[in-house]
Design a protein around this ligand. Structure first.
Ligand code: SAH
Ligand code: SF4
Length: 386
């Protein structure tokens, strides 16, 4: 009789889980956890036999119960400007995108937390595809594992290319709380990627109770996707606002930052949509609304996608909006559009979702026109592959 044991994927295990695995499950010494973590994340190893300072007996034992399974990369493109994009196929038929954007001495990796998203923000292509499932911690950290390994050269010591991670790919990270926290811990763990808490940023559309929970377990940096200065407009753009309004959301954000000993501030993301939320009077209103929340504002020009029904504002309109906020004393940046030659702009990762839940009206329109997100995505992939 064959005994099939479900093997555990060590890729997504944080230090504590790994220590528990070695001591409690395997009856081995605790220090083995650090050894194995380093092999997996410092050196990008996914084969126990490569772990040369682990005894043959232990490697054989590990092979029986554990495995290291990274996400399957089905498409990758490295652009001339240094931007890199990967499409990773996840079990179940859906895919997520991960993007690397270099800028000066920084390299930012934009990581996905879910396949699709249930929150259905009106301007977001991920939201238009509905929700499929949460990513496991292995699938989340696996995106960084794949990216970090993409620069490796045989025999050479690793350079650090990824200096920052932003959870701004597909999905709402706070709705996949435990897996996101476990993988962010690995990003910050010295025996894994060793990024500082200032360089790991979770972006949320404002899942208020989870912001309070997050404050209890981590001190990563936080970005809030605000996109509107009043509830009437935000209700339209970010439907979760109907549940947690702006005042309540900013209060949670203030609580998150108040307890931090350093002077970090919240990044306020504001996707600028032509004639929708880019009016000068809204900039004045935003200046008023944010006056009690230490912040820096990042204006993100809307990234068009088929059948979105929205457009990107002119540079004039974007600059005017920025100038009003700057005159009011705010630190404002406008996100540069990068990696356009590989459709890699962070915050608009189309992926390919097998929608298991709802489809929005706009998306149904698209389907009737014969342009499903999936066909659009596969056309894009084909074009890119040629
Ligand atoms: N769910 C999280 C994180 C993923 S979205 C959140 O909403 O914050 C990451 C950022 O990209 C968000 O600020 C989001 O509003 C923005 N974004 C989504 N679609 C966009 C588009 N089409 N153009 C520009 N920014 C977009
Ligand atoms: Fe989800 Fe964020 Fe897109 Fe809104 S903007 S639908 S929360 S991924």
């Amino acid at each position: 009789m064959t005994n099939t044991v479900e093997k555990v994927n060590l890729l997504g295990m944080g230090l504590e889980s790994m220590q528990a695995f070695f001591t409690e499950t395997l009856g081995e010494k605790r220090f083995r956890a650090v050894q194995v973590l380093k092999w997996i994340h410092h050196r990008g190893v996914d084969n126990f036999d490569d772990m040369t300072d682990v005894s043959k007996a232990l490697r054989d034992k590990l092979k029986l119960v554990a495995e290291i399974i990274p996400p399957e990369v089905t498409f990758k493109k490295y652009s001339k400007d240094g931007t890199r994009k990967w499409v990773m196929q996840m079990p179940g038929g859906s895919a997520v995108e991960t993007v690397y954007i270099p800028e000066g001495d920084r390299g930012t990796l934009c990581v996905s937390s879910q396949i699709g998203c249930a929150l259905d923000c009106s301007f977001c292509s991920t939201g238009k595809q509905g929700f499929n499932r949460d990513l496991s911690s292995a699938e989340i950290i696996g995106q960084l594992w794949v990216a970090a390994r993409s620069w490796d050269e045989p025999g050479k010591k690793r350079d650090r290319h990824v200096t920052n991670v932003v959870m701004m790919g597909m999905g709402e990270p706070l709705l996949n709380f435990d897996n996101v926290v476990e993988s962010m811990n690995l990003m910050m763990e010295d025996n894994a990627y060793g990024l500082s808490k200032r360089r790991v940023t979770l972006s949320t559309s404002g899942v208020v109770p989870a912001i309070y929970e997050l404050a209890k377990v981590t001190d990563v940096s936080l970005a809030l996707s605000l996109h509107a200065p009043n509830d009437a407009l935000r209700n339209e753009l970010v439907p979760i606002n109907k549940k947690y309004g702006i005042e309540e959301t900013l209060k949670a954000v203030n609580t998150y930052f108040d307890r931090l000993p350093d002077k970090r501030v919240c990044t306020i993301e504001y996707t600028m949509i032509d004639q929708v939320n880019d009016h000068p009077e809204l900039a004045h209103e935003l200046a008023e609304v944010l006056k009690n929340t230490p912040n820096k504002i990042n204006l993100i020009p809307f990234n068009p996608f088929p059948n979105s029904g929205y457009e990107r504002p002119s540079n004039n309109r974007i600059h005017r909006f920025r100038d009003i906020l700057q005159k009011a004393g705010y630190n404002v940046t406008i996100r540069k559009t990068r990696g356009e030659d590989i459709d890699a702009a962070c915050g608009q990762l189309i992926g390919q979702v097998n929608d298991k839940t709802k489809r929005s009206v706009r998306f149904i329109d698209a389907v009737e026109l014969g342009h499903t997100a999936a066909t659009v995505a596969s056309k894009r992939t084909n074009r890119n592959t040629i």
